[in-house]
Every structure is written in C-alpha cells, then in structure tokens.
Ligand binder design. Structure first.
Ligand code: NAP
Length: 251
C-alpha cells in the first residue's frame, strides 16, 4: 500500500526496473510518493507490469526505455524527462548484467559489454542527472553493486571488477558533490531471487546457502527496503556508504 508521502513531489529514475530488484525498488519508491520513471532495455511487457503494480498501489510513473550503456540514448531520455518534470531528484543505478565465466574463457567483447552496462552505464546516468541536482542542491543517488565487489567470487572476476568500479565511483562522487547536499551511496545485494539467479542449479544453490547465516536467498523487497531508507529523510546524513543486503554472506 501507499505509505505516507515521504517522497511526494520527488521524481525518481530507476534503471533496470522492468524486472527483479529494480521493479521492487520502483514500486517501493512509488509507494513513498515519488513519480517513478521505469527504465528498461527491451522488455516492454515486463516494464508495463511494473507500472501496473505501481498504479495498483496508487503510485505514479512512466516508462523510460533506453540502454544505459549508450551515452546518447541516456542523454536523450533524461532530457525528455526533464522536459516533462521540473526536476529529477533520485537516481537508482540498478540496471546491470552478470557474467559467470573464468577469466581465461572471457573474451574482450564480453568484458566490454559488462563494463559498458554496469560501470559506464552508472557513469552515463549520473552525468546526465547531476547538473540539475547540483543546481537544486538536493539529490539522492543509489548505485547497485554486489557482494562480489567486496568479497570476490571465482568465476565472477569480470563482474566483480565492474561492481568494484561502481563502488569506487560511488565513494569519490560522494566526496565530489556532498557540499551540494547530494548523497551518493551503494547497496550491495548478496544472492537475491531474480531472473539473474534462476540459472543456479540445485547443487550451487545449496552450496551458496550453506554460506549464508540467515539460511535463505534474499528477495527483491529486501534490497528495495535499503534503497528506500537511503533516499528517505532518515538517511540525510549518510553518504559514500555501502549497505550490504546479503543475509550475512559477507561481513
Ligand atoms: P535482472 O532480473 O536480470 O534484471 C535486469 C534489469 O536490468 C532488467 O530490467 C533489464 O531490462 C535491465 N537492463 C539490463 N541491461 C540494461 C541496459 N543496458 N540498459 C537498461 N536496462 C538494462 O537483474 P536483478 O537480479 O534484478 O539485478 C539488478 C541489479 O542488482 C544488477 O545491477 C545486478 O548486478 C545487481 N545484483 C543482483 C544480485 C542478484 O542476486 N540478483 C546480486 C547482487 C547484485 P530488460 O528487462 O529490458 O532486459
């Protein structure tokens, strides 16, 4: 249900909000009163379902299809949003792809695709919204990283590098724009039930769960709750931090 309007009059852009964690974040921010732009790459049907869920709880939003890796597309889409709205206050850089492959089996094109989506995509979106946030002296940016950025995982060196890059970017950007009341934080999920983790077979799933003190995989709502906190007034003195939502997998 819609919560009291903590984010009334705020406009949010959630990248990768057609499915999984991004969808849960979009619904949560809409429930808090924000107008939410639901970004996606190609899955229009899923994005529509996110927006239907937003409307069911009395929230407001609109689709925003673009590829975060394409600098021009990001610029075009954010310019359009800023023509429709007087501001873009909250950016959640959630769009991402994963790659499970040993380094020796990873080609240059795979590396480039991963970095372009996860790392350059985050840079592209931040750059597109920062000017307005600086002018208004208010902004909240939340970057989705991963437990792998800090703890590492065999077979995910390239994915881990992309997310560790986003973490480093988060901390330096937080220092760069803090004086203008723009908070930049990261959320680092562990293993969350989404399309990204459905390919885990029973054996791998059991192996992972043995290392999770809370004994279960997380759900997208667990991650959305951390994002909701970071963009709420309760977190207005928090910047440059990482909140780990991983059931204790990495401490
Ligand atoms: P997911 O279910 O695979 O969904 C990915 C989302 O990103 C979709 O909405 C997809 O759009 C969008 N997307 C992918 N590439 C894009 C691009 N180039 N431009 C715009 N949108 C793009 O992913 P998830 O599991 O929810 O993960 C969300 C974030 O959390 C990712 O950054 C991921 O690395 C991170 N994370 C996830 C887990 C986990 O266990 N699931 C753990 C740690 C971190 P379409 O629907 O159009 O394809």
């Amino acid at each position: 249900m819609k919560e009291p309007g903590i984010l009334d009059n705020r406009v949010a852009l959630v990248t990768g909000a057609s499915r999984g964690i991004g969808r849960a974040v979009a619904i949560r921010l809409a429930a808090m009163g924000a107008f939410v732009y639901v970004n996606y790459l190609s899955n229009e049907e899923a994005a529509r379902e996110t927006l239907e869920a937003v409307e069911r709880i009395g929230g407001r939003g609109a689709p925003a299809p673009f590829d975060v890796a394409q600098t021009e597309s990001v610029r075009h889409a954010t310019t359009k949003i800023l023509k429709e709205q007087s501001s873009l206050d909250i950016l959640v850089n959630n769009a991402g792809m994963t790659m499970n492959a040993l380094v020796l089996r990873t080609g240059e094109a795979d590396w480039d695709a991963l970095m372009n989506t996860n790392l350059k995509g985050t840079f592209n979106c931040c750059r597109a919204v920062l000017r307005g946030m600086l002018r208004r002296r208010w902004g909240r940016i939340v970057n989705m990283v991963s437990v792998v950025a800090e703890g590492g995982n065999a077979g995910q060196a390239c994915y881990g590098a992309s997310k560790a890059g986003v973490l480093g970017f988060t901390r330096s950007l937080a220092k760069e724009v803090g004086s203008r009341n723009i908070c930049v934080n990261a959320v680092a999920p562990g293993f969350i039930e989404t399309d990204m983790t459905t390919e885990l077979d029973g054996k791998n799933r059991r192996r992972i769960l043995e290392q999770v003190p809370l004994g279960r995989m997380g759900n997208p709502g667990d991650v959305a709750a951390a994002v909701a906190f970071l963009v709420s007034p309760d977190a207005e003195y928090i910047t440059g931090q990482v909140i780990r939502v991983n059931g204790g997998l990495y401490m």
